[in-house]
Design a protein around this ligand. Structure first.
Ligand code: GSH
Length: 202
């Protein structure tokens, strides 16, 4: 039995994408991450930071969204979403770490300061700086995707789910991807997969 604690607008978005892509049976427990530990001690036993997502697969508990996606891909999608060679596995790690280190901090700043924070707490300068800082890593990604539909092994893998999940924050904040046409085309393709659409509705 697989349970995911989380909600689709959060970092759970790409875990739900993976669960749907693998057509797994799962259920979602909607969780408010801003809840206090004393109001929900049971959840804090699963995830001591009180953040989401958290995955419970029978009696195995796992936090950290990207670790959850690696686990699901390896356990349930070994010959679909995972790699067949050590080199491709390394590329999956590389592009996932690229997404969470080079891109995610700026994507999060964009969504926070353009959309998520109460208006009085948004800072135009932080959003503008995030947009500028995204340009260099997005140019590299754009060159990588020239003539390519996927990041690794010429087929859809967990690296594409992870990358598109992180960049979806920038798109949702209104970020204009047109200067990076290969990235724009790639995201359109990945984010219009039926599994992603089902994940958004979960
Ligand atoms: N590195 C963690 C970050 C998790 C995280 O920050 N989740 C957010 C929602 S997207 C959250 O729970 N925020 C509330 C908080 O930090 O208290 C992961 O990828 O799972």
């Amino acid at each position: 039995m697989i349970t995911l604690y989380g909600i689709s607008w959060s970092r759970s978005n790409y875990v739900l994408f993976t669960l749907e892509e693998l057509e797994l049976d799962y259920h979602v427990v909607s969780y408010n991450p801003f809840e206090d530990e004393k109001n929900n001690p049971d959840y804090f036993r699963l995830n001591p930071l009180g953040q989401m997502p958290t995955l419970v697969d029978d009696d195995f508990v796992l936090t950290e969204s990207m670790a959850i996606n690696f686990y699901l891909a390896r356990k349930y999608g070994a010959n679909r979403l995972w790699a067949e060679s050590l080199e491709d596995e390394a590329q999956i790690y590389k592009w996932t770490f690229y997404a969470i280190t080079q891109l995610e901090p700026h994507c999060i700043n964009l969504i926070l300061h353009r959309k998520a924070l109460p208006e009085q707490d948004r800072k135009v300068t932080v959003a503008k700086s995030a947009e500028k800082l995204l340009a260099k890593p997005l140019n590299v990604l754009n060159d990588t995707l020239d003539g390519k539909a996927f990041l690794v092994a010429d087929r859809f893998t967990i690296a594409d789910i992870n990358m598109a999940g992180i960049l979806s924050y920038a798109l949702n904040s209104g970020f204009d991807c047109a200067p990076f046409p290969n990235v724009q085309r790639y995201l359109n393709d990945i984010l219009s997969r039926p599994a992603r659409k089902r994940a958004e509705a979960a």
